[in-house]
Design a protein around this ligand. Structure first.
Ligand code: GLP
Length: 244
């Protein structure tokens, strides 16, 4: 794992955006795996600014998001479909037909997950997977478990994730209890991985991801076994990690 120390959120966002834009410049038809959550928003803003200046062209890029809440329509402001348009896709020159998010509006979990898996596999997996990390070490919505998951599947969210994500909803009861997520195996198929993390709440998960045992009780720890994984994190998120 390559660890990149950032001073603060802005620095983390800029460094992450640089890595993503390098990927797109080197391969204008890149397939990007994208993430939601508050952490990547700064990187998306930066990329949109570079896109507006003509420095980073998304015209031929395809994107595949990690996850989506089960039961939300694509236009629900709490859905990840909406989030991605609002925070990123509406601000860059991407063709919306080239953007993909698991179909949370399809309540048939088996069909929705099978379809998404076939899609990601069909393009030969992604060139770069962007990941945030949950306070409990989850990636996508792969929660701590006794085994690592494989393909796209439906998960029951843990109480800790429901609580953490409730800050983005009016009431905790409004947070959907289930989600569709790319599996850990699918994530590991990405040719490169970029993890972003900031703030003190992520310090333990970041430490466990980098230095802890590789265990499904911290899903992000499996990234230690990926041959091309970069972590860009700010000082607060790296607070428990030794200065190397
Ligand atoms: C959600 C998403 C994850 C994300 C996590 C952390 O659970 N499914 O992909 O990494 O939140 O979110 P934040 O970046 O807001 O801390």
């Amino acid at each position: 794992m390559r660890i990149v120390r950032a001073k603060d959120y802005q620095d983390m966002s800029r460094k992450a955006a640089n890595i993503i834009s390098a990927q797109v410049i080197l391969n204008p038809e890149a397939k990007l795996g994208l993430a939601t959550g508050t952490t990547p928003i700064g990187a998306y803003d930066q990329l949109a600014r570079w896109n507006a200046k003509g420095d980073c062209d998304f015209a031929h890029v395809q994107t595949f998001n990690l996850d989506e809440y089960r039961g939300l329509s694509h236009d629900d402001p709490q859905s990840y479909h909406y989030f991605m348009r609002d925070k990123f896709f509406n601000h860059i020159n991407i063709d919306l037909a080239n953007t993909h998010v698991p179909d949370g509006s399809n309540l048939d979990a088996e069909a929705a997950c099978y379809e998404y898996d076939a899609l990601v596999k069909g393009v030969g997996y992604v060139d770069l997977q962007l990941l945030g990390i949950g306070n409990n070490g989850h990636i996508g919505f792969n929660e701590p478990d006794d085994h690592f998951s494989k393909g796209t599947h439906c998960v029951d969210l843990t109480e800790s994730t429901i609580k953490a994500n409730s800050r983005l909803f009016e009431r905790e009861e409004d947070v959907p209890r289930q989600a569709y997520t790319m599996g850990v195996q699918t994530i590991m198929m990405a040719r490169s991985i970029l993890v972003v993390a900031n703030g003190p709440k992520k310090a333990q998960a970041v430490y466990d991801m980098i230095y802890g045992p590789v265990t499904p009780s911290c899903p992000a720890s499996i990234l230690q076994l990926h041959t091309n994984c970069t972590v860009v994190a700010d000082e607060e998120a790296l607070a428990l990690c030794p200065q190397e």
